[in-house]
Design a protein around this ligand. Structure first.
Ligand code: SAH
Length: 228
């Protein structure tokens, strides 16, 4: 079994790299891929750079070139749900692309023909996550994660995404990674720790809480690897 672990930014994978043994790396497609072991499992780790295009590229390379068989995404997100506070963890039940818009043709937001508005994450990985949360006494929230190529720091956009997709958290990669993994038949899991509330304070909150929240998500992912 080879497990892929993906983040968008260095801060999101750094805590995981610190726990990886037999570490080596390789440059490919203008990115760095790390190889090693965690709890005796083979892992391929990378941070894609921010956004849907870079995360799609990195996910595809991990699957096609480095033959990962499961994908775990770890990172931070903005909260769309007043019950989700900075530092809280949320796993995606399903993901969507909030900025995908051909509504001029009568299609719903987030939909293109032959695609689907929402993509469900893997049941088995979700079950493992729920067990890990229970064993460690961690509160793991479950909800819809909306993805788009925008850092949302605006109450009206936040409300729009929340209302249109019934989403609980917002970020810039998960829905893209979900699309790649579904198309290529790789079970995937997306975990985010809240770094901000996607409102006018989001930029400041993000900078203040990125490291702390990224580590919470990363530590949880590492605990999951022991159980996979
Ligand atoms: N400060 C960074 C940019 C961060 S972009 C820089 O200057 O380089 C935000 C990242 O965190 C993205 O990878 C996204 O997935 C996630 N994220 C956190 N809060 C978000 C929000 N409110 N809206 C969109 N993405 C958010």
């Amino acid at each position: 079994m080879i497990i892929g672990i993906l983040g968008a930014m260095r801060e999101e994978i750094e805590p995981i790299l610190k726990l990886t043994t037999s570490l080596s790396s390789m440059n490919y497609g203008e990115n760095i891929y790390y190889f090693g072991k965690i709890y005796n499992q083979n892992v391929v780790i990378a941070y894609s750079k921010i956004g849907k295009v870079f995360s799609s590229l990195t996910a595809s390379i991990m699957i096609e070139k480095f033959k990962i068989q499961k994908m775990l995404f770890s990172g931070v997100a903005g909260s769309l749900n007043k019950n989700l506070k900075i530092g809280d963890l949320i796993r995606a039940s399903s993901l969507c692309q909030h900025d995908l818009d051909i509504s001029a043709f009568g299609h719903p937001f987030g939909f293109v023909p032959e695609g689907s508005r929402f993509i469900d994450s893997d049941n088995l990985l979700n079950q493992i996550a729920d067990e890990v949360a229970k064993n460690l006494n961690i509160n793991l929230n479950i909800g819809i994660i909306a993805t788009g190529d925008q850092f949302v720091a605006d109450k009206s956009r936040k409300e729009w995404v929340k209302n249109n997709f019934n989403a609980d958290a917002i970020e810039m990669e998960g829905g893209a990674v979900a699309t790649i993994c579904k198309s290529l038949g790789v079970p995937f899991f997306v975990l985010r720790a809240i770094s901000d509330s996607a409102d006018e304070e989001a930029g400041i909150d993000f900078d203040s809480f990125l490291n702390e929240s990224a580590k919470k998500s990363a530590d949880f992912i590492v605990s999951m690897i022991e159980k996979i």
